[in-house]
Design a protein around this ligand. Structure first.
Ligand code: NOJ
Length: 868
């Protein structure tokens, strides 16, 4: 494999390290020894789960007829900029299998036209609305399909918000594993119902943007995560995604416990494929591939965009090198067969063999005609953009989500909702358009005008944008607009005047730096950009009534002005996408009550967080990022340290009020053992002959027109590679490498883990009544508190369920049912390597509230409930 020396060195570096920090060892958790990711081989084959059986059968019959080169072609990208999408695999035209298009983003089809720019993940999380999460997934899937995207690269649940300054927290659903897990599962189900393959990302520990990537000159940071924290926090949403039958998983750039995620056998083989029973395929993040044999053995199934260490040279760690490593006997044929079977099984499972469109757009140009392979030195030209309109009526879903996410933090004297004839003066560039034009910055790498999304690959172009300025002007023609971030000194205010001040805070992906922020919020910190604090303070000096509207990627510090007397109302509108304007005026003018809730805590100061969650930088050597705070992230930390934040997780006011009544708890599936019942045995999986294929299968086809720099599976002299298969000069396999299958992990058994973990143990019923004067929607947030008898320190509240009412008219009621599973009341036992609960749920307490501190109901499971 190329370059063999480098690959071997990387394997050795990944494999030769001290103690099993990541693995089963309990000692390791308390140990100060070096982090270590233990070897886990061989890669488990897919196909043993009944709901995938038909897809695997179809895949098996195709794979049985593929040549070596055809198989390799489906595992490897054709090279960066070698097609219309962010990445594409090779194809098998002979059998009607196209080049698969893998393309961003989690909020809309990226870098194209006539698409919907949906609200970002963090906005969807703030709705606390499962059906809206699903509907957005359907819309995303329909648009991906309409554009010919086979694999849409989302949802994102890693990062998880460990670092409040982290650049890409906004792509996910919030700083809590359950909110992320529900958001991911609903999105995946919605997306995949349309035939698009979802790709949950980035597994795992990609919590800061700076120094995430390894390359020939630098090494990405190592996220050093102990086994319990990994299971109870960071892996949780991935388990939910796998349970939702996600078709693909994207591996993160960084190392975990000093082994790069793309070749971390414990992570991919052990945790994802064996314990979580993942049946789809594992793909690298872009250019995260660091070694050929190492990654193949560690369980990687697809390399994107296909390039080796230096892109655009036509070199790859896989492609022709994977063909070679099969012929020379290094990578078992069985491993390649499993890679391709997994990829095709996902393709068949989503029905992509039936009339799935080919890509009809190019993310490389807006022109109708263009280069078919822009990365090639000489490329044929053809029609690349057909401008297919895929928006349908998705603007409705986008607007409802943006509206139902709006989170009212404060509303003194019921200043909101506004009336149409109020005297309004609107301030801040965040209310207006980008003066340089819609989509004027590539991948939203600038912060001009209303902030609709962060920046980077997690974006899409705005097909149009109704700004808050336009929406307000359309409702109340008398409003005056000062679209500037410097408060105009000439402004005079009367008592009845109301100032609406728009501010924002942005962040994004590391390949773009905006205003000194290299993805992560280094320069801005958690403060508003563009003098936002100054603008609010100046408005508060002149006006006696100030409303602040915030568009933000995550927590933002409000302390300089939030307690000023004129600041009566504060709204967080998150990242609303294309429907920024009307979703806001729907709420500002009272057509709808706000019903969003904070998907993170708003602190009083950054010092409120543990120091371990700060950004890390160092000029030389690998950054070691120790997750010493464990599962005490966001509200769990604030509660543990008894720190009162400015606004707690889950907070969000309405124009009306709600009462929670008649709570009852009932046992559904008794927890009569501490550990779940034994898993069932794995079903049978497809098998193939294990003989090395003839060398001729990897030879260049006769009279083949090569595109220079394109990545192919062919070898110039395959016979020579095949000839060394029996030589004694064997490849240096990583320590612990074996082809002997491991006993199935006891925590596994189905997609996501042992299915008994999702048995509903208890069910809580509660009635919610609108006790105010206006219609509105309430969210019941269910938190659990585990008893000391569980034997481990646990957070005093952990979100485990939520439900949202429909729009309740004044006086109306709705009864909500919230189920609590075995997993919800368990901890990860690192010694036993399984989830452990307290028998009978003895001592488990459940709270239902409107935020993590605003609790309305308390229940002893197996006992009674009371109103607080
Ligand atoms: C890198 C990003 O980390 C990932 O999220 C994205 O899907 C790929 N680039 C492809 O654009």
């Amino acid at each position: 494999m190329l370059p063999r020396g480098l690959t071997a060195a990387l394997i050795a570096a990944a494999a030769q390290r001290g103690l099993a920090y990541f693995g089963a060892s309990l000692d390791a958790r308390q140990s100060s020894e070096e982090p270590f990711s233990p070897p886990y081989y061989p890669a488990p084959n897919g196909g043993w789960v009944s709901t995938w059986a038909e897809a695997y059968e179809k895949a098996h019959s195709v794979v049985s007829n593929l040549t070596l080169a055809e198989k390799v072609n489906l595992t490897t990208g054709t090279g960066i900029f070698m097609g219309p999408c962010a990445g594409q695999t090779g194809s098998v035209p002979r059998l009607g299998i196209p080049s698969l298009c893998l393309h961003d983003s989690p909020l809309g089809v990226r870098n194209t036209d006539h698409n919907t720019a949906f609200p970002a993940g963090i906005t969807v999380g703030a709705t606390f609305d499962k059906s809206l999460m699903y509907e957005r997934g359907v819309g995303l899937g329909e648009e991906a399909r309409g554009k010919g995207v086979n694999v849409l690269l989302g949802p994102s649940v890693g990062p998880m918000g460990r670092k409040p300054r982290g650049g890409r927290n906004w792509e996910g659903f919030g700083f809590d594993p359950v909110l992320q897990g529900v958001g991911a599962a609903q999105t995946i189900k919605g997306m995949q119902s349309t035939g698009a393959i979802a790709c949950i990302k980035h597994l795992i520990g990609n919590e800061q943007e700076m120094h995430r990537m390894s390359s020939v000159v630098t090494q990405g940071y190592s996220s050093n995560i102990d086994d319990r924290t990994l299971h109870e926090f960071y892996l949780w949403p991935f388990a939910e995604g796998v349970r939702a039958e996600v078709g693909s998983v994207m591996i993160a750039y960084n190392d975990v416990n000093k082994s790069a995620c793309s070749q971390n056998s414990k992570l991919i083989n052990g945790i994802l494929k064996d314990e979580l029973g993942f049946q789809g395929f594992v793909v690298t993040d872009w250019l995260a591939h660091l070694g050929g044999v190492s990654s193949a053995l560690a369980g990687l199934d697809m390399d994107m965009p296909g390039d080796g260490p230096i892109p655009l040279l036509g070199n790859s760690y896989w492609g022709y090198e994977l063909s070679r490593s099969i012929l020379n006997g290094t990578v078992p044929v069985d491993r390649l067969n499993d890679m391709v079977t997994r990829i095709l099984a996902a393709w068949f499972k989503m029905g992509q063999d039936q009339d799935y469109p080919l890509p009809n757009f190019s993310s490389n140009t807006e022109d109708e005609r263009g280069l078919l392979y822009p990365g090639a030195l000489f490329s044929p030209v053809g029609i690349v953009n057909q401008y297919v309109d895929v928006q349908a009526d998705h603007d409705i879903t986008a607007r409802v989500i943006a509206r139902d996410a709006i989170t009212l933090l404060k509303n003194e004297g019921d200043l909101l909702p506004l009336r149409v004839n109020d005297s309004l003066k609107v301030f801040g560039t965040d209310a207006g358009p980008d003066p340089q034009g819609l989509n004027s910055c590539t991948d939203k790498g600038c912060n001009r005008g209303v902030l609709t999304m962060g920046w980077g690959s997690g974006t899409s172009k705005l097909p149009y944008l109704i700004t808050p300025q336009e929406a307000i002007a359309n409702i109340t023609p008398t409003a005056e607009f000062y679209i500037t971030d410097s408060f105009p000194s000439s402004i005079e205010a009367n008592d009845e005047d109301i100032a609406i001040v728009f501010i924002n805070s942005d962040s994004g992906e590391n390949y773009i730096t905006v205003d000194g922020n290299p993805g992560d919020r280094t320069a801005s910190g958690l403060h508003a950009w563009h003098n936002g604090d100054g603008l609010v303070k100046a408005a508060a000096e002149r006006f006696s009534q100030v409303v602040v509207v915030i568009h933000t990627v995550g927590p933002i510090i409000l302390e300089e002005w939030v307690d000023l007397d004129p600041v009566k109302a504060v709204l967080v509108a998150h990242l609303p996408g294309q429907e920024a304007g009307y979703s806001l005026t729907d709420v500002l003018f009272g057509d709808y009550s706000p019903s969003g809730h904070l998907p993170y805590t708003i602190p009083r100061e950054e010092a409120n967080y543990p120091s371990s969650v700060g950004l890390l930088q160092q000029p030389f050597g690998q950054i070691q990022d120790y997750y010493t705070e464990g599962i005490y992230i966001d509200y769990r930390h604030f509660l543990k340290e008894n720190i009162t934040p400015r606004y707690p997780f889950g907070h969000g006011l309405s124009y009306t009020t709600f009462e929670f009544s008649e709570p009852t708890v009932s046992v559904v599936t008794p927890l009569d053992s501490a550990y779940p019942p034994s898993r069932s045995a794995k079903g049978s999986a497809p098998t193939y002959p294990t003989t090395i294929p003839p060398a001729s299968e990897a030879a260049w086809p006769a009279s083949f027109d090569r595109i220079w720099r394109y990545i192919y599976p062919y070898l110039d002299n395959p016979q020579a590679d095949a000839a060394v298969a029996n030589s004694t000069n064997k490849y240096a396999y990583p320590d612990g490498y074996t082809t002997e299958p491991k006993p199935p992990p006891r925590a596994g058994g189905a997609e996501g883990g042992n299915p008994a973990l999702w048995d509903v143990a208890f069910s809580i019923q509660v009635t919610v009544t609108n006790t105010g004067k206006r219609p509105g929607r309430a969210v019941a947030q269910l938190y659990v508190e585990l008893p000391e008898s569980i034997g481990l320190d646990t957070p005093s509240r952990q979100l485990r369920q939520f439900e949202k009412t429909g729009i309740l008219e004044a006086g109306a009621s709705e009864t909500l049912m919230l189920g609590i599973t075995r997993k919800d009341v368990s901890v990860w036992d690192v010694m036993v390597q399984d989830w452990k609960t307290v028998v009978g749920g003895e001592g488990v307490k459940v709270y239902i509230g409107e935020s993590v501190v605003d609790l309305k109901v308390e229940c002893e499971v197996g006992g009674r409930c009371s109103i607080l």
